[in-house]
Design a protein around this ligand. Structure first.
Ligand code: FAD
Length: 263
């Protein structure tokens, strides 16, 4: 079985700061990490590898050369090989151009049974790239996966909803997007760290190498135009301060919530 996991390197913060003048993300001084949901995606792929024979886990990322650090970590966790699509031609890609470029890279890598993505990236936060890849490839997708079983050529996934879940079956090939409830990602092993830093399992490819559709990648190939990015000012309306000792505050708060029919 061939499993491909899409991993994005993101700034290590949930509060991405935006340059108020340029309207772009301020990345300087912010350490980078594997996008949290993508670590769950990789962990699930590795669990399938632990459970079944002949499973190959390939990791793919699109980003600047320093995104190789994320791929070293993925190899250290147990992935078999990794591809980084790194090319000026993909700079400024919106989600559609990103998914177009990643799809080309996936086709270049070859056969796949399962493609894992994270549900969403903590910097872009759109949750569009996974579903778009499935659409480009014409394969089924199950998003928000919180539990997964493999039976023969089928996946049985529990898809999280706000107030419940769906259980969905799909034949492979299929694209799944992982949420943090799916599992607890493992730490890299010492042997894995050695394997990762050897570097021979990581291949850096260009847009031309993967035969990407050059008209539909990068800034020029992106249909989205960001007119303005900004942090909205915090507006506090109808603020009511509750004073007193902790016990008095709790009693008053409960009374107030009852009064508003909230509890
Ligand atoms: C007009 C425009 C210009 C932009 N210019 C830039 C820019 O210059 N530089 C820049 O960094 N961003 C830029 N962005 C943001 C960029 O488009 C998004 O970060 C990117 O498309 C991924 O979207 P997302 O972060 O919302 O991912 P989501 O859709 O939330 O991600 C879902 C999942 O898809 C996978 N995934 C997403 N992105 C990648 C990736 N790169 N590699 C591997 N897997 C991935 C991961 O599994 C992830 O968990 C731009 C966006 C727009 C609209």
């Amino acid at each position: 079985m061939n499993i491909i996991v899409c991993i994005k390197q993101v700034p290590d913060t949930n509060e991405v700061k935006i340059d108020p003048v340029k309207g772009t993300l301020i990345r300087e001084g912010v350490p980078s990490i594997i996008n949290p949901d993508d670590r769950n995606a990789l962990e699930e792929a590795l669990r399938i590898k632990d459970q079944f024979e002949d499973v190959k886990v390939t990791v793919v990322s699109m980003g600047p050369p320093q995104a190789q650090v994320a791929l070293v970590e993925a190899i250290a966790m147990g992935a078999d090989e990794a591809y980084l699509l790194s090319d000026r031609a993909v700079a400024g890609s919106d989600t559609l151009a990103t998914s177009t470029a990643l799809t080309a890279t996936i086709k270049y890598i070859g056969d796949f049974d399962i493609i894992f993505c994270g549900r969403q990236a903590i910097d872009g936060d759109t949750a569009q790239v996974g579903p778009q890849i499935a659409e480009h490839l014409g394969i089924p997708q199950i998003t928000y996966v919180e539990n997964l079983k493999i039976e023969g050529n089928k996946v049985i996934a529990r898809r999280s909803l706000e107030d419940g879940y769906f259980v969905i079956e799909s034949e492979m090939p299929v694209l799944l997007t992982a949420i943090k409830e799916l599992n607890e990602p493992r730490y890299p092993s010492i042997k894995g760290i050695y394997e990762g830093f050897k570097g021979d399992k990581i291949k850096v490819v260009s847009a031309k190498d993967v035969n990407a559709d050059m008209d539909n990648i990068g800034l020029d190939g992106s249909p989205t135009n960001v007119l303005r990015s900004f942090t909205p000012p915090v507006k506090v309306k109808n603020l009511e301060m509750i004073e007193g000792t902790p016990k008095e505050k709790a009693t008053k708060l409960i009374a107030r919530l009852k009064q508003e029919n909230i509890i």
